[in-house]
Design a protein around this ligand. Structure first.
Ligand SMILES: O=C(O)c1ccc(O)c(O)c1
Ligand SMILES: [Mg+2]
Length: 628
């Protein structure tokens, strides 16, 4: 299987784009004419540069407004094509994309377009070149792959074939299964893009909002299954027009593209067993059962503040590491490790970010398979030297340099707590916290697609729709990802400005990721009572909030009084209720949340987020203090 990506998908000048594409592992590129024209170098030099990077030119594109023109425009279009054929031969590629005409003078008619393509096929064949015809979703007369195919069929020429583009088919809601009727060898090339479902003009949507397969809402997998079923064996290429990507990191976007393409084709192979997908076998998405541990890197006063908060939440230090400055704090099925080491990964994470949740341990069904899948999809394995008596727990780099460790039962890695930690006896005060409900990661808005792709391609997780959270100083976008049984839930929070609570955390910590951790309790009022006895300081909530709750929900005075007395937020979603209590922020904006899910409540209390953020900002910015 030849993997390819259009140069338009990546930021930078042509050599920068090519280097990023080659480094990500692609086999080839669709060269966008614009990227060639803006480059100062001869076609043959560009061809050489591309090949020296181990890439081939899978396609030259686009050639516009060709078919259906009346003379003398028609003759000119053929002359133009001959000049582009010259260019293709100098570059070293044999396939050109013609997109369906948008020319105001273009005449309709399937036979007229077929005759033009047949005539062009004759000219191309003389030079050993091929021409692929693509229906743009907004083409003047041809805007559906079924019509484009009928034109190609009637053109009836070996040098003329069809080019399919998932965006044009899926954006118009054309049934992708109609592709199954097209012979695989008449499909010359396949372009893939996803997009978020937004109701807008097709051309604008296509040129600005496309994203990598799996990052949007279109069923690119069903499209690709339909392409592969009839025996397509050509390149599979990403063609992504996206404003964010144009300004993003070339290397990171190319890596995301590769991850997206391999994960997609792996899905296609599993769902369409007859498809010939020539890819190495990779293990399927892993099941994450839950969070095994979260490790904080910390020092000094901040470590003391963290310990105090944990102690007032009913956690107890139940283990110390056999050789390192690590303390294990536990409650229910929750493990928090505080790492005070001055060498190694945690120490460098501390030096970079200050106190930070630098490592997350996930309970998976199969550690080896988790690492193998991640590495096939472009993740970097993480390793640091182990001391005597220490287990070598497999890990990968998450995004932003964080680390994810994998633990399973079968390999004995779950015994790390008894093997590497001396148990201390103090198992007393608990406050009913049972497990980690979710982990909230903060990032810049531009990174959100990348992170959601990372998690959804590695693990069996679905994403919920993005929600807007209003911070007094800006908007934060939030998206939840979760495993089918809710054993592992993550919320991604994308900040656009450093003035939001999330953005400030990001700036202050130089891009740390985990901003808060939510612990589950079966009875938040009982937990709150225990916390109060232990001296816990909750986040004060405004009186106005409770007055509003009274008007929004049918709650008794007694219940509202109990919520208010304990600073508990409340939400309902028709299937259940959600009760939330927050710690005060510490160490640059990290905080803990305690949640009780009642009934079948699925969300994360998004309706309460603006009030929580405003309350946190009131604390961080007492009257008279300068704005953060
Ligand atoms: O937006 C465009 O014009 C355009 C050009 C070439 C393509 O392959 C395409 O899908 C869109
Ligand atoms: Mg296209």
């Amino acid at each position: 299987m030849k993997t390819s990506i259009a140069t338009v998908s990546i930021s930078g000048n042509l050599p920068e784009k090519l280097e990023a594409i080659a480094a990500a592992g692609f086999d080839g590129i669709e060269i966008f004419e614009q990227d060639f024209i803006t480059h100062d170098g001869t076609p043959s030099d560009v061809g050489k540069l591309i090949r020296s990077l181990g890439l081939e030119i899978t396609l030259f594109q686009p050639f516009r407004d060709f078919e259906g023109l009346p003379d003398p425009l028609r003759a000119k279009a053929f002359d133009r094509a001959e000049r582009k054929f010259d260019l293709m031969q100098e570059l070293g590629t044999d396939l050109v994309l013609i997109c369906s005409s948008c020319h105001p003078a273009a005449l309709g008619g399937i036979d007229r377009a077929a005759a033009d393509l047949h005539a062009l096929g004759e000219r191309a064949a003389k030079r050993g070149l091929r021409v692929g015809y693509e229906a743009l979703a907004w083409g003047r007369h041809v805007n559906d792959h079924r019509d484009a195919w009928e034109i190609v069929r009637r053109a009836d020429h070996d040098a003329i074939g069809l080019i399919l583009d998932s965006f044009h088919t899926l954006a118009r809601k054309t049934d992708p299964d109609t592709i199954r009727r097209i012979p695989g060898d008449k499909i010359f090339f396949v372009q893939l893009a996803d997009a978020p479902l937004i109701d807008m003009d097709l051309l604008y949507w296509s040129r600005h909002f496309r994203n990598m397969p799996g990052e949007g809402d279109l069923d690119v997998t069903a499209f690709m299954q339909a392409v592969m079923a009839p025996g397509y064996t050509g390149p599979i290429s990403l063609e992504i027009f996206n404003d964010q990507f144009r300004g993003g990191s070339a290397k990171a976007i190319a890596k995301d593209g590769y991850r997206s393409l391999i994960a997609l084709m792996d899905d296609v192979r599993r769902r369409e067993p007859s498809a010939q997908v020539d890819l190495p076998q990779i293990p399927e998405r892993r099941t994450v059962k839950g969070v095994s541990f979260i490790e904080f890197a910390s020092r000094g006063d901040e470590a003391a503040a963290l310990e105090t908060i944990l102690a007032t939440l009913g956690f107890r230090p139940t283990g110390t590491h056999i050789s390192k400055a690590l303390t294990l704090w536990t409650q229910g099925d929750i493990r928090i490790v505080i790492n005070l080491e001055t060498t190694g990964y945690a120490s460098s994470a501390y030096n970079m970010h200050g106190t930070t949740a630098c490592d997350i341990g996930l309970n998976v069904d199969d550690v080896e398979a988790a690492v193998a899948r991640a590495t096939h999809l472009g993740a970097s394995p993480f390793q640091q030297p182990t001391g005597p008596g220490e287990l070598d727990i497999p890990a990968i780099r998450g995004l932003s340099g964080s680390v994810i460790h994998f633990i399973d039962d079968a390999s004995g890695l779950g015994d790390v707590w008894t093997l590497e930690f001396n148990q201390t006896d103090d198992q007393t005060a608990e406050a009913g916290l049972s497990k980690i409900d979710h982990v909230a990661q903060t990032m810049s808005y531009d990174e959100m697609l990348s992170w959601s792709l990372f998690y959804t391609t590695l693990f069996d997780m679905t994403k919920s729709p993005m929600v807007d959270v209003i911070d007094p100083e800006g908007l934060v976008r939030s998206q939840a990802l979760e495993t089918p049984d809710g054993g592992f839930r993550i919320t991604l929070n994308g900040a656009e400005t450093h003035r939001t609570m999330a953005g400030h955390f990001l700036a202050d910590s130089f891009g740390a990721s985990i901003q808060h951790i939510a612990f589950a309790t079966g009875d938040i009022f009982e937990s709150a009572k225990a916390f109060a006895r232990l001296g816990f300081k909750s986040l004060p909530v405004s009186q106005n909030y409770y007055a509003d709750l009274r008007s929004r929900f049918d709650l008794s005075d007694e219940f509202l009084t109990r919520l208010q007395a304990a600073n508990i937020f409340y939400d309902e979603d028709g299937t259940g209720a959600f009760l939330q209590l927050y710690s005060q922020p510490f160490a640059g904006g990290i905080f803990f949340e305690i949640v009780e899910r009642r009934g079948d409540y699925k969300g994360y209390g998004a309706a309460n987020a603006p009030f929580r953020i405003a309350a946190q900002k009131r604390l961080l910015r007492p009257k008279g203090m300068p704005k953060i």
